[in-house]
Write a protein that binds this ligand. Structure first.
Ligand code: SF4
Length: 411
């Protein structure tokens, strides 16, 4: 397996050939990976069949697209439109159903994400609730702040990351504050939870803010305020929640645990190799450093408990040209070795599927093969199983963006 990061996709093995080499790997999860990796193209017929009164819509580069889709076993696919030269899957509307098409053949029927009831409402301060708290099929998402110190101050943002670019656009379009007000978020959560049985978790994230007496105190103080406001909606001291934040120190993590009802803690290291981390995430490397990041994750286990701490990696970005691993085999070995080291210390690793996005510095590169992602997802789940770690707070229902945690429900 040699990395061919700039060669067009037509040279690749077909989906059937790759899956044939992995007969035990679930076909629907392989489809999810391949769609995330190659992206989507909605036909005119599909776009005409989208019903904004029933389907969840979002704006992408100025166009209103369906937010995403579900496969028939409940697997979520979070994928974005990609240009034709990336060989994306087509989404068409045939005989009353949305379908995924690869090379002219229908491969699966899909459902678009249903629009939550609160999406048409506004906060008492006049903000559209769907822009304050967005939804996945079973999770509420709060992008608390569009500001990221690494990207906006140091120009050292993670090279795969389009988020500062997209979030700034979104916030300007809707005149949202750079940082959401806790009372607006609380109001949206309370409204969303009126829909019976739909949401199982609340996910909060935002860019890194390094200011403060101790580095990251400003980010921490804000999250504590936000989590306390959300906690007022619940009758219990803890509520189902996941914070994806910067790697706080032990003292900061204790505050986070003791002063809020937060249920789990995540801090994304993005790349499990020090040399590639330094190149791909220069801001994170400069202010925190790879080894310190890992250490802080491990210390979080003492505070939040085993099975409640994880880290996310952007699966495949470790192969990016020109300084990524020279072969997929080396990339996989290094990544899984590091994930194993973290798992031994109680930290679970989940991966997303790297699909180079417009607005990121890596936008012209390409992701690795489907075979690579199948091996990565299987490897991470095998590590989790070997170390008796669960990932319930970031699984196929709560999140739906990690092929490896989709596998967790099958074991
Ligand atoms: S992925 Fe990196 S650049 Fe993007 S918001 Fe997070 S820390 Fe900032």
């Amino acid at each position: 397996m040699v990395c061919v990061s700039r060669i067009p996709r037509r040279d690749e093995a077909t989906f059937a050939e790759v899956l044939g080499a992995h007969p035990d790997f679930p076909r629907l999860i392989a489809i999810k990976i391949d769609v995330q990796r190659r992206g989507l193209h909605y036909t005119r017929r599909a776009m005409a069949a989208v019903d904004p009164t029933r389907h969840q819509i979002y704006m992408w580069e100025g166009v209103a697209y369906p937010h995403s889709m579900l496969l028939r076993d409940g697997t979520t696919i979070l994928a974005y439109p990609q240009p034709r030269d990336r060989n994306p899957y087509d989404v068409d509307f045939i005989d009353g159903a949305f379908v995924l098409i690869d090379a002219g053949q229908v491969v699966e029927t899909v459902e678009l994400w249903p629009k939550p009831l609160y999406y048409d409402k506004k906060t008492s301060s006049g903000l559209p609730m769907k822009e304050v708290v967005s939804a996945r099929p079973q999770r509420l998402d709060i992008f608390a702040s569009s500001f990221c110190h690494f990207a906006h101050v140091d120009d050292q943002g993670c090279q795969f990351c389009p988020l500062p670019h997209h979030h700034s656009q979104l916030r300007e379009a809707y005149d949202l504050p750079t940082r959401l007000k806790p009372e607006d978020v609380k109001e949206c959560i309370a409204e969303a939870l009126k829909e019976p049985g739909r949401f199982t978790n609340i996910h909060i994230t935002g860019g890194s803010v390094i200011k403060g007496r101790e580095m990251l105190d400003a980010e921490l103080d804000y999250y504590i305020k936000l989590l306390r406001a959300i906690g007022e909606v619940f009758a219990t001291p803890r509520f189902p929640s996941q914070l994806l934040a910067s790697p706080f120190s032990e003292k900061q993590l204790i505050r986070l645990r003791e002063e809020t009802g937060l249920g789990s803690y995540t801090s994304n290291i993005e790349v499990l190799d020090e040399q590639r981390f330094n190149w791909i995430c220069p801001g994170k490397a400069h202010h925190i450093g790879y080894r310190e990041w890992k250490d802080r994750l491990v210390r979080a286990v003492d505070i939040f408990g085993r099975g409640n701490v994880n880290t996310g990696i952007v699966g495949g970005v470790e192969t990016a040209a020109p300084h990524g691993f020279p072969s997929e085999a080396e990339a996989l070995r290094a990544t899984l070795d590091e994930a194993e080291d973290l798992a031994q210390k109680g930290v679970t690793t989940v991966h997303t599927v790297w699909a180079p996005q417009k607005g990121s510095k890596f936008s012209e590169l390409r992701s690795p093969s489907l075979d690579y992602f199948i091996r990565l997802a299987s490897g991470l789940q095998e590590i989790r199983a070997r170390h008796g770690l669960s990932v319930d707070f970031d699984d196929y229902r709560r999140c739906g963006n990690h092929p490896d945690s989709d596998l967790a429900r099958l074991q």
